[in-house]
Design a protein around this ligand. Sequence first.
Ligand code: ADP
Length: 414
Amino acid sequence: MAERLTKRALLVQRLGIAVVAGLLVVTLAAGTLWMAGAGEKALAVFSVGVAVCTALSVWAGRLSADEQRSLEERLAARDARYRQTLELLPEGVVILKGGWKIEWVNTTASHHFGLTMEDEGSDFLDHIESADFREWMRQRNYERHFNLISPDDSLILDVAVVAPDDRHMIIVTHDVTERRRLEDMRRDFVANVSHELRTPLTVIGGFLELSTPEMPEDVRAYHLKLMREQTQRMRRLTDDLLMLSHLENKDEHAAADPELIAVPRLIDDVVREGRALSGGQHRITSSCEDVSLVGFPDEIRSAVMNLVSNAVRYTPAGGDIRVVWRREGTGAVLTVTDTGIGIAPEHIPRITERFYRVDKGRSRDTGGTGLGLAIVKHVLRRNGGELRIRSAPGKGSEFSFRFPEERIFVPQSI
Ligand code: ADP
């Protein structure tokens, strides 16, 4: 960008013109006097004139040196300001000069490319492991961006290059890891839901095609029973999906105020429902301390019911299921323990993911949607609780909700 002339630069310019013009005038005057025969006068005029012009030149020279210094200082300050700004950007920035030589790199880009300060001045491409990325850089077709995995494999980077000319280049990197993860999750989710719906729809469609007026009554009744089961399965799935979507919407929008929940009464209801679900095949007991919880009652109820229903579904007939609500430390904990099939340690960190099941067949056969624990996790997040799972294959499982002091209310304490 062109620098505007400062007052000092203007003065230097004018002094230069004055010196040239002065020398011209002095030479002309001295020449005229010399021709007129006034040799001594001509010499005097010439000497004085040259002396004055020399003095002016020296002055102009000094001013010009000062101006040069101050210009360099201003440029250095501006450069520092630009770098400070680039340092603050959330994007990584690498400036290359003279081919691939690293001129400057901000902290984010150092992290993205695994560069250090000492790498400034070295060839950028020497630091790049990915042959595809080096090739893309060399081809100089920078209209499309490049997706690069960071050297430590932890980040997905969107890389753009701006090349104003052949010798200069700015590389801008943008961390898109989180965006990609969300996109993948969304894609998996849609694929999972479609897959879950396809099976019952295929079964129902098949029966409808087979159905003819001549079909024996008992076969028709059997088909209708199976179709009803598949319809219920789809209903459970859509109910759970709606529940998850409501919870997510409430996360984003301010929810209603939490209420005081009488947990012992809530557990009584859930245990009664659990017994109905078990059909007398399990011993289901409970024990509660008189502690209330501050939260959203419908959500807590649905989360506890999910645990009890899982305990029933994953515990063979004759097993025990126990629900306990008690104070622990300054908070309180709700535990559902069963003597069921248990879960191998490698599955435990993943079972709260949507549609993650240890045994798909068993989950489906017992009416599972694969969304129960995802709902539980969401509910706890919204109600200030924490989920802990302890389980061992063949020995049973223990699922606990832990609530901190600020979430509980003990009636005796007033
Ligand atoms: P599902 O509808 O499949 O039960 P959940 O999200 O409720 O879905 O549970 C996820 C998976 O966790 C289940 O498929 C099952 O493999 C395992 N699981 C959950 N609760 C228990 C339990 N009490 N005992 C053994 N396995 C369990």
